[in-house]
Design a protein around this ligand. Structure first.
Ligand SMILES: C[S@@+](CC[C@H](N)C(=O)[O-])C[C@H]1O[C@@H](n2cnc3c(N)ncnc32)[C@H](O)[C@@H]1O
Length: 192
């Protein structure tokens, strides 16, 4: 696959480097379950995936996919906003997550009004910063091609620019010659 032409695949390829079998990870936007399944495969049978979504339909679709592929047993599906993720992770798993993955926007084929919102997304990334372990990663796929997505990107970039350089390292991947506002990636790792 020509990875730089497929931002979501590029994001997963990077995430792969941060997850090993047995790890605990979060999919902050379950949607149709494709990312949850990819994370469940990386975490393996001894690992655990928490997947959040605010739409029951999304979690039903995620459950169906996970059951079909045989990965439902190590996934916990949570019908709640990702900004509350900390309250669903038990204390002994806090600061142990190796990855928190966001694929922003709206459910493909679903209601566009149910898109992720900048305020809740920033609150969720703040939670994720607290929950990941040293060396863990937060990977955010942003969709600046629609108005809410453009605001979300601006908020996330402003937020990440102001993170402590001592504690975190951030990366921002965009695709400057592509005219149709393709997805962009924001990556944050915790250094200490
Ligand atoms: C682009 S889709 C995710 C795609 C998904 N990761 C996949 O592999 O199919 C974005 C999802 O975010 C969900 N969402 C919107 N606001 C949310 C929130 N505050 N907390 C959690 N999920 C949210 C939407 O319902 C939608 O299903």
């Amino acid at each position: 696959m020509n990875l730089i032409t497929k931002p979501t695949a590029l994001s997963l390829k990077i995430i792969e480097e941060y997850i090993k079998p047995g790890d605990i990870v979060v999919d902050a936007t379950a949607g149709n379950g494709h990312d949850t399944l990819a994370l469940a495969k990386l975490a393996g049978t001894g690992g655990k995936v928490y997947a959040f979504d605010v739409q029951p339909l999304a979690l039903e679709q995620t459950k169906t996919l996970l059951e079909k592929e045989g990965y439902f047993h190590n996934c916990t599906l949570v019908l709640d906003s990702h900004e509350n993720m900390g309250s669903h992770i038990p204390d002994h798993e806090k600061k142990e997550l190796s990855a928190v993955v966001f694929n922003l926007g709206y459910l493909p084929g679903g209601q566009k009004e149910m898109t992720t919102q900048a305020g809740a997304t920033i609150a969720a990334v703040e939670q994720a910063l607290y929950l990941i372990r040293i060396g863990g990663i937060i990977a955010v796929t942003m969709y600046p091609g629609h108005p809410e997505g453009e605001m979300e990107r601006a908020s996330l970039l402003h937020f990440s620019e102001n993170l402590s350089q001592r504690q975190y390292h951030t990366a921002y991947l965009s695709f400057p010659n592509q005219k149709k506002s393709p997805p962009e990636l924001l990556l944050i790792t915790r250094k200490c």
